[in-house]
Design a protein around this ligand. Structure first.
Ligand code: HEM
Length: 267
C-alpha cells in the first residue's frame, strides 16, 4: 500500500505567519500555546506522533461506501457494551442464592438510570450480533477475505465466536427461571459436541452438575475472560487492516482490469 506524505499539522497548531515589518514572535492565544506544549511534551517522551499519523492518514480505495462502516459500527457496539457492562458490574452480585436475581431487580427498579443502562446492555448485545453478521456478509460478498487478508478473516471468525459466547454467558446472569433453564439446555447442547463437547460442558458448569459455582464461572467468562480476548483481537484485527489497507469494491477491480488479455507473443 503506498504511503502518504506526512500531512501538515492541524491549523490550530501551526504558527501564524509573521506580519511584514514585525520582528516579534507570532501571536498565539494561551489555549493554543497550552495545547502545543502539552502535545510537544507528550510526544517528546512517547514519540507517538509517527504511529498516530501511520494509523490515521491512509489511502482508501475509490468507490468505498456505507457498507465499509459496518466494522467500525461493530466496534462501537462493543465499546458501548463494555461501558454499560462496567456500570452494571458495580451493582450486580453473582450469587446463586438470591443475590443475582435481587441485584438485577435493584438495578431495574431502583438504581439511578439502572433500567436505561440495563436496557442498553441487553439490546446492545443483539445489535452487536446483528452488526457483526452484516459486517461479515459485506466482507464475504465483496471478496475482501482473499489474499492478503486471510488472517484478518480468521481473526474475525474468532471474534464472531467470542461475541456469541458473550451472548450465551450473559443470558444466565439475571438468574431467573428463563435464563436458568435456557442455560441448562445450552450447556447440554455443548456437551453433545464431538471430542471436546463433554469437557466444554464440564468447564462451563464448573463441574459435572449445574451448581453453586456455575454462576461465578459464567460471570468471570462474561466480564473478564472473553471481553479481554475480544479487545486484544480487535486490536490485532485493526492492526492488520491498517497494515494491509482496505480492499477495493469488487466492481471497481473489474473495471480496472484490461478489456481483454494481451495477445500471446509468437515464438
Ligand atoms: C468485534 C468484531 C469485529 C470488529 C470490531 C471488526 C472491525 C473491522 C473494521 C473497523 C474493519 C475496517 C473496514 C470495514 O468495516 O469493513 C474491518 C475489516 C475487515 N474485517 Fe472485521 N470486525 C469484526 C469482525 C469481523 C468478522 C466476524 C469477520 C469475518 C469473519 C471480519 C473480517 C474482516 C475482514 C476480512 C476485513 C478487511 C476488509 C477489507 O479490507 O475490505 N471482521 N473489520
Amino acid at each position: 500500500m503506498p504511503r502518504l506524505p506526512a500531512p501538515p499539522l492541524p491549523k490550530v497548531l501551526q504558527p501564524k505567519p509573521k506580519r511584514p515589518g514585525t520582528t516579534s514572535a507570532p501571536e498565539r492565544g494561551p489555549l493554543t500555546e497550552g495545547a502545543i506544549s502539552t502535545v510537544d511534551w507528550l510526544d517528546e517522551r512517547m514519540s507517538l506522533s509517527g504511529g498516530i499519523r501511520w494509523m490515521l492518514f491512509r489511502k482508501v480505495p475509490r468507490g468505498i461506501n456505507w457498507f465499509y462502516t459496518l466494522g467500525s459500527a461493530t466496534m462501537f457496539a462493543f465499546l458501548s457494551q463494555a461501558v454499560t457492562g462496567v456500570f452494571l458490574a458495580m451493582y450486580y452480585q453473582p450469587s446463586p442464592t438470591g443475590g443475582a436475581y435481587e441485584s438485577i431487580r435493584y438495578i431495574t427498579d431502583q438504581a439511578f438510570l439502572g433500567q436505561f443502562v440495563r436496557g442498553m446492555h441487553k439490546w446492545g448485545a443483539s445489535v452487536m450480533v446483528i452488526l457483526i453478521f452484516l459486517h461479515m456478509a459485506r466482507v464475504f460478498f465483496f471478496g475482501a477475505y482473499k489474499y492478503p487478508r486471510e488472517l484478518t478473516w480468521v481473526v474475525g471468525v474468532t471474534l464472531l465466536i467470542l461475541t456469541l459466547v458473550m451472548g450465551f454467558t450473559g443470558y444466565l446472569l439475571p438468574f431467573d427461571q428463563r435464563s436458568y433453564w435456557a442455560t441448562i439446555v445450552g450447556v447440554n447442547i455443548n456437551g453433545t459436541g464431538p471430542f471436546i463437547g463433554p469437557y466444554l460442558s464440564d468447564f462451563l458448569r464448573s463441574g459435572p452438575e449445574f451448581g453453586a459455582n456455575t454462576l461465578s464461572r459464567f460471570y468471570a467468562i462474561h466480564m473478564l475472560l472473553v471481553p479481554g480476548a475480544i479487545a486484544a483481537l480487535i486490536g490485532l484485527h485493526l492492526y492488520l487492516i491498517m497494515k494491509l489497507g482496505i480492499s477495493a469494491p469488487p466492481w471497481l477491480k473489474a473495471e480496472d482490469e484490461p478489456e481483454s488479455a494481451p495477445e500471446p507473443v509468437e515464438a
